[in-house]
Design a protein around this ligand. Sequence first.
Ligand code: BGC
Length: 420
Amino acid sequence: MARNKFAEIIETFEIDQDSLREIAASVRYDLELALSENDSSSLQIIHTNQNLPQGNECGKFIALDFGGTNLRAAIVELSGNGDYKILRKAQSALRSEKGDFTTADTSCEALFDFIAKVIGDAIEGDKNTPYLLGHTFSFPASPCDENDAELKKWTKEIAVPGVEGKPVNELLAAALKRQGYDNIRPTAVLNDTVAVLLAAAYQNDGIHIGSIYGTGHNSCYAEINSAFAPGKIINLEIGNFYKIFINKYDAIVDGHSTNPDEQRLEKMVSGCYLGELFKAALTDFYPGFSKANFDGEDVSHLALANAAQISLFMHQSDFPLPDDDTISFIQTLAAKILRRSAMIVAASYCGIAWHLYGNSSFKAKIAVEGSLYEKVEQIKSGMAEAFSKILDEGCQIETFLQKDGPLLGAALAACMAQDK
Ligand code: BGC
C-alpha cells in the first residue's frame, strides 16, 4: 500500500525523452515568437543595451552583485586579456539574524541603505576616490536609460514594496548619497545571466550563452543571427516559460508562492523552490511533514544521504523514525526532483542553442554560475543525460562554471558604460 503510493508520487516527477524534446522545441519556438513581438510567446524577453566585451577592458570599478540570497560588493581591477583581480570584497546575506531585507515590511529605503552599507564596507568607507559602479541585479529589469533599468517585478519570493517600476540605480545612487558616498556613480545595471556571459566572453572566444542555476534560474544569449538585431544581449527571463506540464506538487508550490502563475519553469528547477517541492510531495504521504523547513541544497543532501543521516534529519523535523522503505523513498524522491530540474534546464539550453546555431551541427559552450550547478553533482549528470536524449548526432552542448561571473560582469559593464 505504502509502496504503491510512493511509486505514484515518484512517477509524477518522471520526464521522458519526448517531453524533453518538446520543451526544447517550444523554448526555441517561443523565443522566436518573442523576438517577432508575438504576444502568444510564454517568454517576456528583455532586450538589453549590452554588447559583449572586447577582452581589452581595463580599470578599477566597484562591482555590486544583488542576488536572491546574498549581497556582494567588491573593487574589481580589470587588466585586459581576460585578466582581473578582486581587490577587496564585502558580503552580507539578505536574510540573517541582522534582519530580513526581503519581506513586505521592509521599506525600499531600508533595502537600498543596506546595499549601500555593504558597498561602503567593500571600499572601507572611502568617500574620496571616484568610482564607477556596475550593478548586477538578478531580477527582470528593463533598460530605461543608458545607465539604469526599471524593476519589472520581483521574483524569488522578494516582496519589498516601492521598488517595482522604479529605476534601481537611481534608488541606489540616492542611498549612497544618504551615506555620504558622493564619489560613487552607478553607471550600469545588468542581469546576473548577462554578467556571467560578459565575464565568460572576456575570458574566452565563441561564448554566446550565459546562465544562472542557483536560488533562481535564467539564461541570456548574444544574438548572432542577422535576421534578429545581432550583437546585443537578450535576457530571456526563461523562468517565465510556462508551456510545460506541471504536476500536483508544482501546483501546490506555485499556489503558496508570492507570485502564483508566474515563473512556472523557475519553480520546477531552482534552489528557491526545490525544498518546497520536496516538502509538498512528502506531505502528501506524511501530512505532519508540512512544518519542516529546508531548501534546495537540503534536497541534494537527502538524495545522497545514508539511512542514518536521513533518520537524523527526519527526526529533527519532528518526523517519526523512518523505516527502510521510507528511507529509500526519500532518497529516490530527492534524486528525482533534482534530475527533473537538471533535465528541464538542459532542454531549455538546447532550445536556445537551436535558435543560435540551427539543429544540424554545432558545438555550443554555455557559461553557468549558481549554487545548484556548482555544488550538486546530480545536476551535472542529469543535464548530460538530457543532452544525450535531446540532441542529434553532430550537435554538442558543453556547460562550464564561470567563476566570479556576477562581480566580473558588473565591473566589465561599468567599464563599457564609459564609452556609451
Ligand atoms: C530572475 C532573473 C534572474 C534569475 C537568476 C530569476 O528569478 O527573474 O532575472 O536572472 O532569477 O538569478
